[in-house]
Write a protein that binds this ligand. Sequence first.
Ligand SMILES: [Zn+2]
Length: 379
Amino acid sequence: MNVLEMADDLKLKTAAGGSKGTHSENQASEGSSQKRAKIVVEIPLKRQPSGPRRSSQFYYSDGNIIVVVGGVEFNLHLSRLIKHCDLFSDLYRSDQVQEAEQNAAKASDADGIRSSHLISNGPVEQEKAVDSAKRLRYELKDITVGDFTTFLCAFETPLQNEAISLLRVATKLRCGTVQKVAKHRLRTLWPLTAPGNVRKKKNLHEATTIIVIARELDLPEVLKRAFYEVIRNPSFWDLLVTKRANVKLSDADVLNLYHVRHVLQQEWRALVLTPPSPGSACLAPQEKLRCSNASRARRAGHWRSHFVETGDLEKGAADPVCYVDAILEGPFFKKPDGTWCSECLAERKAAWEGAKVRWWGLLDRLLNIRTEAEADAAQ
Ligand SMILES: [Zn+2]
């Protein structure tokens, strides 16, 4: 079975998605193939006020070329297409990539107000053009949306798909050498370490796929990161409500995930609402270096209102492990405005860093995941 077949096969087995919108590329391909109706989608397909529909799975906010297939827009990375596909390296040069990157950055804010008009100057230019936001636009003809989506599944996540194929076959053949290589690759993709301040989340389909595979092929060490990626993905919680059958995780896993999310949210709120040096006065040794909030009562109130007003209290609850870093690396801690002294902020910084480590440690037990030592002992 090759990688493409593998990708298709995986989707049939895990099929953790389905659009909750009324239109999707899945449904567009329904007539041609029942199989493709099961292609997983992460985010509901958005319909422009006018013009083509967007791919729900492959519309990257930082993409810099719109590839249109069967009336569906895919926002992709041109540099990768040029590197791996001769069609695109024949069509575009590196200076065009740079320009496209700049335009993509500008366009991401004003997204949504775009024309589907293609500039037509000749046989090639009819397909290769720019949109009103000056983003490159390429129309790919005679390819179905389903085929192109399947291609992108393998193209965008070759490491995971290949490693899964290798692991499956090696397990069947009891080939320890290849098993080791494949497991190493999957562990690298889903490390045991806590994610940092990363805005780019892993694809929900990849995460649910690896959870199913980890159970099937006994690879518990990838589960923690994969489960956390599921927990922090709002599409997962939407999907549970709208299309539970498409989420190929067991009821036990889903219940666990609800519980873990609840525990993490409680932990997060308790941490964020705790002022520096709780219950005590400012920690600065000298009067002139102290926080501007002197009284204990005012200290707690000022601290809390800051995180409520900025929205951080609510936003971070969806992804506490990463949001801790986002705030610690942001202006509040890095460039304090004088409201809080450096001693008090340092005390909170240490508490927040400690909380992140503790939460990440909690996940093994909360998710009933065997630890690395237990996994090694079982081998
Ligand atoms: Zn202070």
